[in-house]
Ligand binder design. Structure first.
Ligand code: CAA
Length: 380
């Protein structure tokens, strides 16, 4: 894809950072189930936690396409690091930027952009995953403040977060209509982490269950209009899905590069296995699916940057890139054979990390629902 030189500069800068600072830690991040604080500090120092935040609020003032490239390049070496940045940026910073009051933006964005604070997004619950509208966390209007009670599940950055965008019903309804959005500081009394998940992949990224027990929220921390929270959640996820698509692309690209190099070095039957058509076809298909994913992701990002509709295109990008990541990493293990199945090689980590991209921020089935709904709407 031909892009302006400024995008190549962003990519080169992040690729260098990723190769020098992230790659050497990727294995230990996976093994130790944590991203070192020092790495988070370096991400912040390099402006990677506030890339999408305008300069007036302390960010780097980049666009969404640059942000997608950042997630891609970080995830090429470490998908856990990629998703920490993605959940922080797409799911916490973006809704505050888009729906926040000037006071909310001034209060929260500089701290989030500088990495002083990390953000998360609290929508899912034990009984409200794909059916997000059925959530039961409740926000009671106490006159001079809100009080939030409930439990949230599957919260990326749950352990690190200082700020959470939380969705709760402020009116009892059995559908999405009573949902409102709130900005919650996790230092608030009554907030606690009740569980950290042990997962198949993205082991360095924290995924937590969070409890809200009579958490007192100032009135001014309502985000957007009361009872319009579901729209905020859906709009946020539209952009978040581009971020996860970029994460999937990075995983696929990392696995592809490893398999390609390995094929030139591994000798069987007297020649590198790269000389075998069975391997060449796998490399050709990986390369083609990765290129197609990149086009879908950059196209959706450009639509978002131009303020054109991008919900369907974001879903297409996530669907295709996630399936590409899963397919490429499966084929990557096949190229490496027995070696690919061991922890001596990074391919099994890429494989484990790829799976979540077909699940979080809307499963591949939900992406198909979003795409099909949009297609049928376009003819009605
Ligand atoms: N942007 C803005 N508003 C939207 C929207 C969008 N893309 N899509 C729907 N809406 C609005 C509609 O306009 C409607 O609002 P009004 O009544 O005010 O007009 C409202 O939302 C309901 O719309 P639908 O009837 O289309 O919604 P639905 O109830 O049928 O649900 C769904 C649609 C696609 C299934 C949706 O529920 C969905 O996307 N579910 C998956 C949720 C999800 O991705 N969960 C995981 C995210 S969190 C996570 O992964 C954790 C993490 O930390 C990473």
């Amino acid at each position: 894809m031909i892009l302006d030189e400024s995008y190549n500069e962003v990519r080169d800068m992040v690729a260098r950072f990723s190769d020098q600072e992230v790659a050497p830690l990727a294995e230990s991040i996976d093994r130790d189930h944590a991203i070192p604080k020092e790495l988070i500090a370096k991400l912040a120092e390099n402006g990677l936690l506030g890339s999408y935040v305008p300069e007036e609020y302390g960010g780097a003032g980049m666009d969404y396409l640059s942000y997608a490239m950042i997630i891609e390049e970080l995830s090429r070496n470490c998908a856990s690091t990629g998703v920490l940045v993605s959940a922080h940026t797409s799911l916490c910073i973006w809704p505050i930027l888009e729906f926040g009051t000037e006071e909310q933006k001034k209060k929260y964005l500089p701290k989030l952009a500088s990495g002083e604070w990390i953000g998360c997004f609290c929508l899912s619950e034990p009984n409200a995953g794909t059916d997000a509208g059925s959530l039961t966390t409740f926000a009671t209007d106490m006159g001079d403040h809100w009080e939030i009670n409930g439990t949230k599940n599957w919260i990326t950055n749950g352990k690190e977060a200082d700020v959470a965008v939380v969705f709760a019903k402020s009116e009892k309804t059995d559908n999405y209509k009573g949902i409102s959005a709130f900005i919650v500081e996790t230092a608030s009394e009554g907030f606690s982490i009740i569980k950290q998940e042990e997962k198949l992949g993205i082991a360095g990224s924290s995924t937590c269950s969070l409890a809200f027990d009579k958490v007192k929220i100032p009135k001014e921390n309502l985000l957007g209009q009361e009872k319009k929270g579901f729209r905020i959640a859906m709009a946020t996820l539209d952009g978040g899905r581009i971020g996860i698509a970029a994460q999937a692309l990075g995983i696929a690209e990392g696995a592809f590069r490893y398999a390609r190099r390995y094929a030139t070095e591994r000798v069987q039957f007297g020649s590198p296995i790269a000389s075998l058509q069975a391997i060449q076809f796998k490399i050709a298909d990986m390369s083609t699916k990765i290129a197609a994913s990149r086009h879908l992701i950059y196209h959706a990002s450009m639509l978002k940057d131009r303020k054109l509709p991008y919900s369907k295109e974001g879903a297409q990008a996530k669907l295709f890139a996630a399936e590409t990541a899963m397919w490429t990493t499966t084929q990557g293990i096949q190229v490496l054979g027995g070696n690919g199945y061991t922890k001596e090689y990074p391919m099994e980590r890429y494989f484990r990390d790829a799976k979540i991209t077909e699940i979080y921020e809307g499963t591949s089935e939900i992406q198909r629902v979003v795409i099909a709904t949009s297609e049928f709407k376009s003819i009605s």
